[in-house]
Design a protein around this ligand. Structure first.
Ligand SMILES: Nc1ncnc2c1ncn2[C@@H]1O[C@H](COP(=O)(O)OP(=O)(O)OP(=O)(O)O)[C@@H](O)[C@H]1O
Ligand SMILES: [Mg+2]
Length: 310
């Protein structure tokens, strides 16, 4: 598999550079509550939540299964309307999906009947761009994710990691100011996942767009994020907001740095169960407790002020 992602120095379209310079991608969530259903069947998915995500920030949301991570992300994407409160991006109220917000899902969700090139060109085509423009945008993003040679293949002919790169390219082809990612690497094998994380960081650093990334994986969150938001069990709310101040750029050797392990301990201690928290007898690291329904459990704790990790 081609693991190379080309430098975007010459490829970043002017609009994207302008977006980064104008500090686009400012997400503000104010007093948002999300409840599904009505009356006796009503079920609260997200408790009252407020958040301010700055332009260009890389934010990871961590939490147990069913705590409302996807629901919160979908409220930014415009797929879910909050029961109360507001979500704005760059001051504009989110009332539905829009090209300013690209979304990448865990399942690759490509159009199986379209070639890779046509999948990537889909957004620009819907936006009314000419054939020449669509083709040029598709070529740029194909090269960017290292898949130019596969332009005329269909999704079923690509590996999972390659399909997910197409998903990212398709989301970026609209030149969004915000990239929303819902466990995008969850279905990939460990090695491909590491490669995808590095590729994503390289894209993010060159594009300068805001990324909100949902994951269950503490290591993934620390490796990627400027900031890790930890959600409580259902109905979810943000119970911790941790700044990862570890140096960038981060790459594979960086994962062995002692500073990473101290950050990992810090996030783990905030996200592992309070009571009877088990630990690794050799390292003293807290272990996640698997449950029948979730990868790991998070129990609520009092809201703590934002803290830094270095
Ligand atoms: N469209 C919907 N209608 C009704 N309930 C929903 C809907 N979407 C989500 N829920 C409920 O909201 C809660 C939060 O779901 P959500 O998918 O946001 O959790 P999650 O944290 O993303 O979980 P996972 O890690 O398993 O993906 C769950 O109880 C779920 O059943
Ligand atoms: Mg989810």
């Amino acid at each position: 598999m081609n693991t190379q992602v080309v430098s975007l120095k010459e490829h970043i379209p002017h609009r994207s550079r302008a977006l980064a310079q104008k500090d686009c991608g400012h997400i503000v969530i104010e007093d948002v509550e999300i409840t599904f259903g009505k009356g006796v069947s009503a079920s609260q998915a997200v408790k009252r939540t407020s958040l301010d995500i700055r332009p260009g920030e890389f934010v990871c949301i961590l939490g147990p299964s069913g705590c409302g991570k996807s629901t919160l992300l979908n409220s930014i994407a415009g797929y879910v309307t909050p029961s109360s409160g507001t979500v704005t991006v760059d001051g504009n109220a989110v009332t539905g999906p829009g090209p300013d917000r690209g979304m990448v899902f865990q399942q690759y969700s490509l159009f199986p009947w379209k070639t890779i090139r046509d999948n990537i060109a889909f957004g620009p085509r819907v936006a009314g761009r000419s054939n020449v423009e669509c083709s040029s945008i598709a070529n740029t993003f194909l090269e960017m994710v290292g898949l130019s040679k596969f332009a005329d293949k269909y999704p079923a002919e690509l590996s999972g990691g390659m399909q997910q790169r197409v998903g990212i390219a398709r989301a970026l082809a609209n030149y969004p100011s915000v990239l929303l990612m819902d466990e995008p690497f969850g279905a990939l094998d460990a090695q491909t996942r590491l490669m995808m994380q590095e590729n994503l960081l390289s894209l993010w650093s060159e594009f300068g767009i805001t990324v909100v990334f949902v994951t269950h994986d503490v290591d993934e969150a620390i490796f990627l994020a400027d900031r890790v938001l930890v959600m409580s069990a259902s109905p979810g709310s943000i119970i911790d907001d941790l700044h990862v101040t570890l140096q960038r750029p981060r790459s594979r050797p960086w994962r062995r740095a002692p500073s990473l392990w101290s950050s990992r301990r810090s996030v783990s201690s905030r996200s592992a169960p309070r009571a009877s928290r088990p630990s690794n007898s050799r390292t003293g690291d807290p272990c996640f407790v698997p449950s029948s329904v979730s990868v790991w459990c998070v129990f609520p704790s009092p809201r703590a002020p934002r803290r830094s990790m270095a």
